[in-house]
Design a protein around this ligand. Sequence first.
Ligand SMILES: *[C@@H]1O[C@H](CO)[C@@H](O)[C@H](O)[C@H]1NC(C)=O
Ligand SMILES: *[C@@H]1O[C@H](CO)[C@@H](O)[C@H](O)[C@H]1NC(C)=O
Ligand SMILES: *[C@@H]1O[C@H](CO)[C@@H](O)[C@H](O)[C@H]1NC(C)=O
Ligand SMILES: *[C@@H]1O[C@H](CO)[C@@H](O)[C@H](O)[C@H]1NC(C)=O
Length: 444
Amino acid sequence: MDSLVFITLALCSLSSILFIESIHIQTSFSVDLIHRDSPMSPFHNPSTSQQDLIKKATFRSTSRLSRFSLSLLSNESPESIILPNNGDYLMRIFIGTPPIEKFVIADTGSDLTWVQCSPCVNCFPQNTPFYDSTKSSTFSNIQCDSQSCTLLPKAQQLCGKSNECFYSYHYGDRSFSIGELGFDLISFGSSNSTLHGGANSATNVNITFPKSIFGCGYYNIFTSDKSGKASGLVGLGAGPLSLISQLGDSIGRKFSYCLVPFASNSTSKLRFGNEAIIMGEGVVSTPLIIKTSQPTFYYVNLEGVTVGQKIFHTGQTDGNIIIDSGTTLTYLEPPIFDDFIISVKEAIGIEQVEDSSSPFSYCFTYQPDINFPHITLHFTGANVTLEPKNMLLLYESNLLCLAVVSSNIEGVSILGNVAQIDFQVEYDLGGKKLSFVPSDCAKN
Ligand SMILES: *[C@@H]1O[C@H](CO)[C@@H](O)[C@H](O)[C@H]1NC(C)=O
Ligand SMILES: *[C@@H]1O[C@H](CO)[C@@H](O)[C@H](O)[C@H]1NC(C)=O
Ligand SMILES: *[C@@H]1O[C@H](CO)[C@@H](O)[C@H](O)[C@H]1NC(C)=O
Ligand SMILES: *[C@@H]1O[C@H](CO)[C@@H](O)[C@H](O)[C@H]1NC(C)=O
């Protein structure tokens, strides 16, 4: 075939595909993702040093790992909701009519969107009023026998005296949350580009979802860190109750994020629908594997890792690492981690500083001429090359630590958010693929 004709045909069919997609995807918007410790966060404490923030983040990360592990390893207590102070990125939502502003954790590791509610039997402290369904003209109950209630996992579903649909989540560490499932209007205020100097690609829209299912938590007991002041979370997981599943075809079942470095003055972005699609040079994609565990984590398959000149293979094919935006560090399961750490230590070649109190496996004294090796993660069909900023954290004033540690649990690996800094990461649930492209997230 004449190549020009071929290209023209190819372009025509491509544009018709795009056309079909664009009429299919009705909603496209972006919101700011605010690191909980960044200057833009309502919980920002300017007196806390950068090192202390990193310490806190690593401890949160460890407790998140143990929750993920509990939910993966224990059959009887599958946990779908993660502590609201147990994630790194916040987003602003408005709930009810009149709209009440909430800063909640944006969580790819859980499904149900929920907030602490009044009348509260037991709640952890938050610095904004609790949501009160009796004061919202758009709230409606969900009945126990309704289709929406059956979306809850069986073991977590309870019926109230008046047939209300209750959820009950218990965690392995005796934390729990009990509340009611309801419908209300959830909206995302405009992301305001002038407000957050540097961010220039925000869409100024007030997107409203009239009948969103969410959890109203009346009885919330958390045994671990209570210092976080987020008042709930938005579930970005793949389960039927997550925001992503509820928005469904209206956003083409696609979202993406771009996370700025830890100390940046810009906000990260979370995008939905057409805006979430990443394309062009350098985009790589790998199958997105959604296992039917509870909660439904996002998995990809790590086939191997190159460190400097050395490559090693995991020999695994069926989805061996959870990709998560709320976990700070990257955790590798023991056999993979052992290969990885040997190669990294060998390539960097700086003597390890022992510190038994640190959660890290390898820390060394900062020196200006570090020979940091090229590290490439080989996912099935997608090679992702990481920069030093994706791998190293400044832990003490002159101590650099590797942001990759052992999970110590076979079968549990998590790709955390430090490793994803300055990448656009697109989750395409319909196409079952995860795409990456390196990006300056302060600009994009
Ligand atoms: C968004 O728009 C809806 C409908 O126009 C309005 O009721 C709501 O108050 C708006 N929300 C915000 C946060 O501006
Ligand atoms: C952006 O934020 C400023 C300050 O809060 C406000 O005055 C302005 O109206 C906002 N612009 C948009 C487009 O929302
Ligand atoms: C962030 O803003 C502060 C104060 O405006 C400034 O001193 C600092 O250099 C900025 N940091 C970055 C990474 O741009
Ligand atoms: C990824 O890198 C490996 C090792 O360098 C190479 O063999 C493979 O072809 C690359 N795969 C892709 C999809 O680029």
